[in-house]
Design a protein around this ligand. Structure first.
Ligand code: PEP
Ligand code: MG
Length: 880
């Protein structure tokens, strides 16, 4: 069986279709060689070996070695250099590359193959001793850190000390003798700290590096990233061993990264950054701030472009990027190196982009006839639309500018500054909003970046770690803000004479790069033409309707603006908390007899009627499902003696009597207690009032010349008898109102399916229901026997241990709860073939769950207003 794949111009064993075994990087390197694009020769050790590596207890199995050696021979003969040769040595890079890209999460080693002898050979063959020794010291730094587990800052400090001693500002000022001395110091320090001498044998170096890369698949930061992006641990990483080309051979050499279109805005313009006389990692690590590639962009920044510095290589790069974009039919993120004027491509992949850029690129590519509408929809990630719906800074708000950095990832956010990821996580857990401020971020900061509202770095470019990762997360980020001086030790940042301490508030504008003092007001986002266009395309494809969960006119309006096709759930209990009526609700609850209860309900009736009237009016003929009262009554009464006393005064009743009433409502397990339709079985007058309010509001609108057909929904039904009884009462009340007002309007009475028994007996329940709406929140709670209010504390452990794939309250448990949904749909439709069926639990806005609901044949999903666009796109994707 094959597990090492060679690649070189016109002689590759892999291709872009082999990502599963070659990883993204390896597959695309092979593909590029077939396209005639210059790629340094190398080979890929397949992802399958990653599993063998872990099975063998974190060791590279011996049987892998011969194939690696054989491929190395092939590289040697392609290049005409030998690995370990003292006269003209072949050096290699060793890089990770998983099926899905995980930028910066795993390890890389460059310049491998150097030792005290080969470095002299490299000095001679390159005719550049300084370059050779600089490469050697870089190699020791990287290798000792990544493979030998040494703290890299120790070597960094030694380097800085030497520069200070010699009064140098830049690394490039160091002479050959300086570098020789530095290498010696490095090796001594490595020996001292690790107890091992730095390996001189290139093959020993190679085996160490390959193992380290496989190892880096399971570092905490890689695991965090995988969890965040749902990448299975079983995929493993491949290892790419590739002959080195050097961007640090002098001023005719360079290295850079670029996007074939702007990854922030989607604009169709080549976009990238480079550094003259530098090695690849310098750009990505944000150690030096790179320069723009194109003339226009560089001119704006007042620096030299690649176009001007190395015009020939630039011309070739332009040709290649166009070829790559045309071939992959998607925006590419590329890495390149120019060695003494000769261009080499080191990577291409589909570029990460903001949601706004994704929409623009999709629309542009449809117009360019590069992709079809269906393809455009399949490429867009529904959850990413969330970014577009995020707030931006209010342009009219007063602002004090502190500094301006790079607009790395859009959005406007404010929060308290913290300087470490640990603190970002801690403060977030305490409910604070924080901005993570770092000189630069590294993959170790990933948890802090997740916890923060936004990220501010003082070093690094648009392709630095902070920028790339933040953009992927849809998180606001300002990068490379050089005017700000961060002092980690004293936990302060200094800028323009201000000294800000940990905990002080700042505001970031990730769309302009501006940093402001204090809190700047934010405003709700406006959506552009690309968004509307994609939504229209999605609407043309999807079969599922998308409604919203809304119980205020404001939410209903927002949802309509986002394209909601009705209200799938109006939780009437939310209306009971209004200051103008909560006391009337309480009066109703503590009433001793039916008469007193009806007196209180009579006070509520006009208010409820007005609530429904407003909602019906905004929804303007679209379906509106009103759910009758659901929660246990104790939720509405005061819980402290103090409040109870005050309420007793307001209601003009005896405190002791009130207190014992409140106490008597106590339940040990209220979620399984006296709630939902059970309330109406004991107190029919509550639903009677609500149904009357609905009917009177409808009658009023009919009288105003509107048409509508309210949907009355009864919650927490477990048996068909419950629904039979309550439906009868509801129908009687509506009929009464219709004859009182002398108007007729259509209406339906349906039920929520949110208890397992209801799903199992859905055929009987459907006898009395015009529609079903799955309440998957309660259905999840009752199917798993898992409290929706308390399980947060331990569900995280379940997910991180792989016992549950995801939080079942966020994404539906398809095998368990999902089976009940499917059963409910099938049984319901056995009784009534055209029974209307939807879902209104939180899962109605989750793309994966939506795909499931499409499959089991639901008619609609209903979700919170801001998730309506997400649901529209997800429903379209489900239909393709
Ligand atoms: C549900 O249970 O899924 C539901 C929509 O109702 P609620 O969340 O109000 O219990
Ligand atoms: Mg419920």
């Amino acid at each position: 069986q094959k597990f090492v794949y060679f690649f070189a111009a016109g002689d590759s064993e892999g291709n872009a279709g082999m990502k599963n075994i070659l990883g993204g990087k390896g597959a695309n390197l092979a593909e590029m060689t077939s396209l005639g694009i210059p790629v340094p020769p190398g080979f890929t050790i397949s992802t399958e070996i990653c599993a063998h590596f872990y099975e063998a207890g974190g060791k590279l199995p011996d049987w892998v070695r011969p194939a690696v050696q054989e491929s190395m021979n092939k590289v040697e003969s392609k290049i005409g250099k030998k690995f370990g040769d003292v006269n003209n040595p072949l050096l290699v890079s060793v890089r990770s590359g998983a099926r899905a890209s995980m930028p910066g999460m795993m390890d890389t080693i460059l310049n491998l193959g150097l030792n005290d002898q080969t470095v002299e050979g490299l000095a001679k063959s390159s005719n550049n001793p300084r370059f050779a020794w600089d490469s050697y010291r870089r190699f020791i730094q990287m290798y000792s850190d990544v493979v030998m587990g040494m703290n890299s800052s120790l070597l960094e400090v030694t380097l800085e000390d030497m520069k200070e001693e010699k009064h140098y500002k830049l690394d490039t000022e160091m002479t050959v003798d300086d570098l020789k001395l530095l290498v010696k110091k490095f090796k001594d320090l490595v020996h001292q700290m690790t107890g091992q001498s730095f390996p001189a044998d290139p093959w020993e170096q190679l085996w160490g590096a390959i193992s380290a890369v496989f190892h880096s698949w399971n570092t905490p930061r890689a695991i965090t990233y995988r969890e965040l992006h749902s990448i299975p641990a079983a995929w493993g990483t491949a290892v790419n061993v590739q002959s080195m080309v050097f961007g640090n051979m002098g001023d005719d050499s360079a290295t850079g990264v670029a996007f074939t279109r702007n990854p922030s805005t989607g604009e169709k313009a080549f976009y990238g950054e480079f550094l003259i006389n530098a090695q690849g990692e310098d750009v990505v690590a944000g150690i030096r701030t790179p320069q723009p590639i194109t003339k226009i962009a560089a001119a704006a920044a007042g620096v030299m472009s690649l176009e001007e510095a190395l015009p020939q290589a630039y011309g070739q790069l332009v040709e290649i990027y166009k070829k790559l974009e045309g071939h992959y039919r998607d925006m590419q993120d590329i890495e390149f190196t120019i060695e003494r004027g000769v261009l080499w491509m080191l990577q291409t992949r589909n570029g990460k982009r903001t949601a706004a850029a994704a929409l623009k690129i999709a629309c542009d590519m449809i117009d360019e006839k590069l992709i079809t509408q269906d393809e455009a929809i399949l490429r867009l990630d529904p959850s990413s639309l969330d970014q577009l719906l995020h707030p931006t800074l209010d342009p009219k708000a007063a602002k004090t500018t502190l500094a301006k950095g790079l607009p790395a990832s859009p959005g406007g956010v404010n929060g308290q500054i913290v300087f470490t990821s640990e603190e970002a996580v801690e403060w977030r857990e305490q409910g604070k909003k924080v901005i993570l401020v770092r000189i630069e971020t590294s993959p170790e900061d990933i948890a802090g970046m997740v916890a923060a509202q936004g990220i501010l770095t003082t070093r690094g470019g648009m392709t630095s770690h902070a920028a790339v990762v933040a953009r992927g997360m849809g998180k606001c980020c300002v990068a490379g803000c050089g005017d700000i001086e961060v002092d980690y030790r004293n936990e302060t940042m200094k800028v323009k004479g201000y000294v800000l301490k940990k905990g002080d508030v700042i505001t970031l504008d990730g769309s302009t790069g501006e940093v402001y003092l204090g809190e700047v007001k934010t405003i709700e986002p406006k959506l552009d033409g690309n968004f509307e266009r994609i939504m229209k395309i999605a609407d043309g494809i999807r079969r599922l309707k998308v409604r919203t969960n809304a119980d205020t006119p404001k939410d209903a309006q927002t949802a309509r603006n986002f394209g909601a096709e009705g209200i799938g759930l109006c939780r009437t209990e939310h209306m009971f908390f209004g200051a103008d009526r909560i006391d009337a609700v309480r009066e109703m609850i503590i009433a001793d007899n039916k008469m007193d209860r009806e007196k209180a309900l009579a006070k509520l009736l006009p208010m409820q009627r007005e609530d429904f009237y407003q909602l019906f009016k905004i929804m303007d003929g679209l379906p509106v499902t009103i759910r009758l009262l659901d929660p246990p009554l104790h939720e509405f009464v005061p819980h402290t003696d103090e409040e109870t006393k005050e309420l007793a005064k307001r209601l003009n009743t005896d405190y002791e009597r009130l207190r014992s009433k409140v106490k008597s409502l106590h339940e040990f397990n209220p979620m399984l207690g006296h709630r939902g339709c059970r309330l109406a079985i004991t107190y029919p007058e509550i639903y009677q009032m609500q149904v009357r309010a609905i009917a009177e509001a409808a009658a009023q609108l009919m009288a105003e010349g509107k048409t509508l057909a309210p949907e009355i929904m009864i919650p927490l039904v477990a048996t068909d008898k419950e629904l039979d009884t309550l439906r009868g009462q509801a129908v009687a009340e509506v009929n009464k109102v219709q004859s009182e007002k002398n108007v007729k309007f259509e209406y339906t009475v349906g039920t929520m399916i949110e208890l397992p028994r209801a799903a199992i007996t859905a055929d009987a329940i459907a006898e009395h229901a015009d529609f079903f709406s799955f309440g998957t929140n309660d259905l999840t709670q009752t199917t798993l026997g898992l409290s929706r209010d308390d399980s947060g504390r331990f569900l995280g452990t379940y997910v991180s241990h792989g016992i549950l794939p995801k939080d079942p309250f966020m994404s539906i448990d398809q095998v368990g709860v999902g089976s009940l949904v499917k059963m409910g749909v099938d049984l319901g439709r056995r009784t009534k073939p055209d029974l209307k069926v939807g879902v209104c639990g939180e899962h109605g806005g989750d793309p994966e769950s939506i795909e499931f609901f499409h499959k089991v044949g639901l008619d609609y999903v209903s979700c919170s207003p801001f998730r309506v666009p997400i649901a529209r796109l997800a429903a379209a994707r489900a239909a393709l």
